[in-house]
Every structure is written in structure tokens, then in C-alpha cells.
Design a protein around this ligand. Structure first.
Ligand code: FE2
Length: 385
């Protein structure tokens, strides 16, 4: 008998998935605290009516909510600092983050830093989080980032012009409530961007050098749900079944890559996102076919498996099957409002050089199935212009 592989899995302890799951927000909150800081984005949750519903559900269970509204699409350390101050002032013992990836990241960072005395910017620069924060409940309203189950929050420090992850066990939510109904009002472009981000995360998690037998199960299952539903969710946002598959796929991809880590798309996504100001998902979608092409030989067997899993091909030849995945993804990206080249994102030649160092330093780049040199990265970016 062959020995088994060793592995580690980081996971959110309580995951409640399904349409209607949001009704459990109050009872879960009451188990964890009595005063919640409810962190959300600019106004969509209020406009959709969900904010009032959630606040009233919390109140029914004896939990008072202080609403911290206005998480930006690309959240900053200053925003997290402002949220921490609101949490301390209102004496909150729990954070409930409801929204897209950025709202969840802001909420997670606030919860994780609630016991710390330093400024949020110091922790983004690498200072260790040593004090216990407050418990976090994460409720995604997009199906994309998987942030509800990951131990990091992506934040921008405008003063330094750096986009980087705050990482640590304290950032993992205690509870993830994933209710696909909350994604029904997400507009088509945002659905496409979040969806292709989730698909990229599933595929990069699957091919990462940090992948193991358990993360592979999550990534593989995620790929099937996402590939099967992304076009329908984009063209008919009210199709609840498609939304359910997208939410499930995004969640499963998140559980996988929280442990396996990602690859070159995500290594480049931060610097390209900073230079272009474009949404993370759009940037990932644009980079994905190019990165698959770059990795084609190194990740051939995994790409071939992915292609067969999602039903793109039945070809038993790995080279042909991997190529069919590349072509399928290229077509998918063309069918979504993403663009094909870096110039489509408004990036010029002079923007490229500053991207090299942060992309090379990224943990995602280090987990890419094909090792990348600075020279190769420079060439890769030039070809993508
Ligand atoms: Fe992503």
C-alpha cells in the first residue's frame, strides 16, 4: 500500500450554505456577541432591502447593530482604521461583514485588528497580529472572492502605493453564511468579474504548487459548478439555480485556495489592479488565458484534468486536452466584458516596470506551477500590451 500525502487545511469552522441561509444571521450572531459592527459597501445592500432585513433579524435575536457603511471597491488601510475606531467607540464584540470581497476584507481586517493598539497600516506592512480580535461573520453578496473562508484581506496603502494582503488566523471568519439569494441583484458586469475571479481562483488553486489531495477536491468541484453556470449567471442574473452554482463554486474554490494558495494571475493582479484602477475580477479574467498559455507545459496534466472535469473535452491526450482548456477560457473571456490586452485596461509601456518587483515578491507568483524569472515576467507583460 502506498503512503498517504501529508497536508494542512485552513477552514472557516461554520459554513452555512443555501438560499435562505441569511435567516440564520441573528441566531449565529447571538452565539458570538451582543453588539455587532455591521460592515458593508457603499449603498447596494441598503437599496436591495437586505440591510434592513439583516438588522431586524439581528434585533430579533437581541443583537444590536452599528452600521459601518461605505467599504470602497479597493479598500484601504485608512478605511480599516476608521472601522476599528467605530468598533471601539460602540464597544462592539462582533463583526458582521456583508457584501462583495472588499466589504468582507474590510470587516475581516477590523475584526482581526480589534484587539491591537497599532495602526492598520503597520499590520499591512508586516507587523504581526498578536492580540485576539473579535469574532467575524462573513456574508458574501457576490460569488467571486471566496473571502468568507480565507485567512487574508487585501488592502491598499495609498501613501505607499502598495496593495497587499493582511494575513493571519484572526482573519478567518468564525461563520460564513453564503446565501445565493443575496447575489440575485448583482449587475451583469459585476457578475462576470466576480465569476471569472472565482473560476481563476479554482483553477490557480488546482494547479498551485501548494495544492494537495484535499484542496484538489475542492478546486475540482468548484471548477465544475463555475464553468457550468457562469454564462447563465451573466446573461440572466435572476436565474437562482445559476446563482446557487456560482456561490457554491466560489465558496469551494475559496476553501481550496485558502490552503493551496494561487498562481501568477493573482501575483500580477495587485500591481495591474493598482496601475489600471480596474476591478480585481476583470484584471484576473484578462490575465487568465495568457497565464494558462505561459503555464501550458508545466501544468499540462492538471489543465487536461480540468478540461475533462468541466466537460470541455473527452480527449485522453493531455496536450490536446490542456489546449482545449486554454481555448475554452479564451472564448469565455471574449464573451464577457473583460478585454484581451493590458492596453484594454488603459495600461501603457511605462506602467510595466513598476509591476515586476511586487509580482515577483508575491506568494501567489511563488506558487505558480511554472517558475517565473524577472526576465520572463517582463517579456510576458510586454506581449500582453
Ligand atoms: Fe481573486
Amino acid at each position: 500500500m502506498e503512503r498517504t500525502e501529508s497536508f494542512q487545511l485552513v477552514a472557516t469552522p461554520h459554513i452555512i450554505f443555501g438560499s435562505g441561509a441569511i435567516e440564520q444571521a441573528g441566531q449565529w450572531s447571538a452565539r458570538l456577541g451582543s453588539k455587532a459592527l455591521l460592515v458593508t459597501g457603499r449603498s447596494s445592500l441598503r437599496r436591495s432591502g437586505w440591510l434592513d432585513e439583516i438588522v431586524s433579524n439581528l434585533s430579533d435575536h437581541g443583537v444590536a447593530a452599528t452600521v459601518f457603511e461605505g467599504a470602497e471597491p479597493e479598500p484601504s488601510v485608512n478605511m480599516v482604521q476608521a472601522g476599528c475606531e467605530m468598533l471601539w467607540e460602540a464597544d462592539c464584540d462582533l463583526v458582521i461583514a456583508v457584501g462583495g470581497g472588499s466589504s468582507l476584507d474590510v470587516g475581516k481586517a477590523i475584526g482581526a485588528l480589534a484587539g491591537e493598539s497599532g495602526e492598520a497600516a503597520e499590520y499591512q506592512r508586516g507587523r504581526q497580529i498578536t492580540e485576539l480580535g473579535v469574532p467575524i461573520i462573513a456574508v458574501p453578496t457576490t460569488s467571486g472572492t471566496g473571502s468568507e473562508v480565507t485567512p487574508n484581506a487585501v488592502l491598499i496603502d495609498q501613501e505607499r502605493g502598495v496593495k497587499a494582503s493582511l494575513r493571519g488566523q484572526g482573519l478567518i471568519p468564525h461563520v460564513a453564511i453564503v446565501d445565493p439569494q443575496l447575489t440575485l441583484t448583482l449587475p451583469p458586469a459585476a457578475t462576470a468579474f466576480a465569476g471569472i475571479d472565482a473560476f481563476t481562483q479554482a483553477l490557480e488553486g488546482f494547479t498551485s504548487t501548494g495544492a494537495n489531495l484535499v484542496t484538489d477536491k475542492f478546486a475540482a468541484e468548484a471548477l465544475v459548478h463555475l464553468a457550468g453556470a457562469i454564462r447563465t449567471a451573466y446573461s440572466d442574473g435572476e436565474d437562482l439555480a445559476a446563482r446557487e452554482h456560482m456561490s457554491l463554486g466560489s465558496l469551494l474554490a475559496g476553501i481550496g485556495f485558502a490552503s493551496s494558495r494561487l498562481g501568477l494571475v493573482h501575483g500580477l493582479a495587485h500591481p495591474v489592479g493598482i496601475a489600471s484602477g480596474q476591478p480585481h475580477g476583470r484584471v484576473c479574467g484578462l490575465l487568465l488565458p495568457h497565464v494558462i498559455d505561459f503555464n501550458l507545459e508545466a501544468a499540462q496534466e492538471k489543465y487536461a484534468r480540468a478540461a475533462r472535469l468541466v466537460g470541455i473535452t473527452g480527449d485522453s491526450d493531455d496536450e490536446a486536452a490542456a489546449l482545449s482548456l486554454h481555448d475554452w477560457v479564451t472564448q469565455l473571456v471574449e464573451d464577457l466584458p473583460i478585454g484581451q490586452s493590458l492596453s484594454d485596461l488603459g495600461i501603457n509601456e511605462e506602467d510595466l516596470e513598476p509591476m515586476i518587483a511586487p509580482a515577483m515578491a508575491s506568494g501567489s507568483t511563488r506558487h505558480n506551477p511554472r517558475g517565473v524569472t524577472e526576465h520572463e515576467l517582463r517579456q510576458f507583460l510586454e506581449q500582453m500590451l
